[in-house]
Ligand binder design. Structure first.
Ligand SMILES: [Zn+2]
Length: 465
């Protein structure tokens, strides 16, 4: 994108005051966003953004300057601004830059421009009509289509030159059902890092109708009981609990600052031996996947927990350098060229375990089964969490019985992880709509098999329980 001789001049300028590593990050992003509310197309937004940032490392000190113009003068100015933070001279040369190719094959079969905007909008209106016709209880329907293509280039003075091309598509439907005074909302959504072939693999009308059925079923739900009880969490999206309440604490910035319950715990038992957990940025089609991260490091599969023992953390370049680790784990991610990278999860999941998922329910005399969650919060450096179960059922004598609403689960991630006593064989990743917020937003995937937590504090609304 930027001629290589310009890249070299920018990196040379950035090193002039004594930096030991200089990096140029370039990004181009195009987006399309369609929103339908009350059966009307409310907005259709096309966006384009591009820019570049220059980062200079002086040991553990990092400086950064960015610009939204990609001409040589603007890039040199950004390099000077980043370099100005230190006053010295450098004899370091920019090593010859040769393009490194990724061995990962993330193929796009149907590019975004293979379908008109009108056809994408009618995908939403057809779903709207279908779901309203599905049941008289449907009160409100919202639908959204989003696509984004993000191309990034990373160059550094050690001779690194990589590029990544990331295409995301996402379709989301939100359905509210009403009966008397009771309103219930459920979401049907899917997405991924791929082209429009996603729409051939998944049926939006079927997903939004399923969400409608969930919302209608919850109209007759009874208030959730309160107190400590056994919770069985669904596979797939249920992994958001591990991501928020445990995963963040395995990110190396919290670890290196000593702010995490997992700091200094590599090699120690942090979970039941039936638990294995991974962060894997190499899975084709997943929202958190990367050929190269935003530091230019190849993406990888990192085992975080092996047979209940903590095995590693997730590093970006800065945190790997801070502890003189040979390499980063490829977890350096940034929201855009306006941001510095930091350690972030990619696709994070608890791996399949030994238990038949039906056996997990059968062997639970009393508890709740959580099928969908929303509105969760976690204090990410401590792992204290509060999650609201939007679709949940009572488990009585080993069977799913009454739907319940208003169940709020509270606890501490590292403690809950120690307590999980059953792990299903049914590993699934989420439907592909996860976005993580840690100061900056990043697309992620989460996942897990069905898991059982023997005792969780549930805040319910049933005073009689
Ligand atoms: Zn997160």
């Amino acid at each position: 994108m930027i001629p290589i001789d310009v890249v070299k001049r920018v990196l040379t300028e950035a090193l002039r005051t004594g930096g030991d590593l200089a990096e140029l990050y370039v990004e181009n992003q195009t987006t399309l966003d369609l929103r339908m509310d009350d059966s009307k197309l409310e907005s259709a937004t096309r966006g384009e953004d591009q820019g570049a940032g220059v980062r200079v490392f002086f040991g553990n000190l990092v400086t950064y300057a960015y610009t939204d113009s990609l001409d040589e003068a603007s890039l040199i100015n950004a390099a000077r601004a980043a370099a100005a933070a230190a006053k010295g001279t450098s004899t370091r040369q920019v090593v010859d830059l040769s393009l490194r190719k990724s061995s990962l094959n993330f193929k796009i079969e149907k590019p975004f421009d293979s379908m008109s905007i009108a056809a994408k909008a009618s995908l939403l209106s057809e779903a709207d009509v279908a779901v309203r016709a599905h049941s008289p209880f449907i009160k409100q329907v919202g639908a959204r289509y989003g696509e984004e293509n993000r191309r990034v280039w990373v160059y550094n003075s050690d001779g690194l030159q990589v590029e990544d091309d990331r295409s995301f598509v996402e379709v989301r439907g939100m359905v509210t059902a009403q009966k008397g005074q009771v309103l219930q909302t459920a979401i049907g959504a899917f997405g991924g890092q791929l082209g429009l072939e996603l729409l051939d693999h998944r049926d939006f009308i079927a997903e939004i109708t399923k969400a409608a059925d969930d919302a209608i079923q919850m109209l007759d739900a009874r208030p959730a009981p309160a107190g400590e009880m056994t919770v069985v969490m669904c596979n797939g999206w249920g992994g958001v609990l591990f991501h928020e309440a445990c995963g963040h604490q395995m990110e190396a910035d919290f670890i290196n600052k000593g702010q995490s319950a997992y700091a200094g715990k590599v090699g120690q038992k942090v979970a039941n031996p039936i638990i294995n957990a991974f962060d894997d940025g190499t899975i084709p089609g997943r929202r958190g996947s990367l050929r190269f991260d935003d530091d230019g490091t190849s993406s990888q599969r990192t085992q975080l927990i092996k047979d209940g023992i903590l095995t590693d953390y997730m590093y970006d370049l800065v945190e790997a350098r801070r502890i003189n680790r040979a390499s980063s784990t490829g977890n350096g991610r940034r929201e855009s060229y306006r941001h510095l990278p930091m350690p972030r999860m990619t696709n994070t999941f608890i791996d399949a375990g030994p238990h038949d998922p039906e056996e997990i329910i059968r062997s639970t005399p009393k508890g709740i089964y959580v099928q969908q969650m929303a509105g969760g919060q976690a204090e990410i450096s401590k792992g204290d969490f509060v999650f609201n179960a939007t679709v949940a059922y009572l488990i009585e004598d080993g069977k799913l019985t009454t739907p319940i609403r208003g169940a709020t689960m509270m606890g501490n991630g590292p403690k809950v992880l120690q307590e999980i006593d059953m792990v299903g064989t049914d590993l699934a990743l989420d439907p592909g709509m996860g976005t993580c917020g840690k100061g900056q937003s990043a697309r992620v995937s989460v996942g897990q098999p069905t898991v059982r937590i023997p005792l969780v504090m549930v805040g319910g609304t049933d005073e009689s329980a």
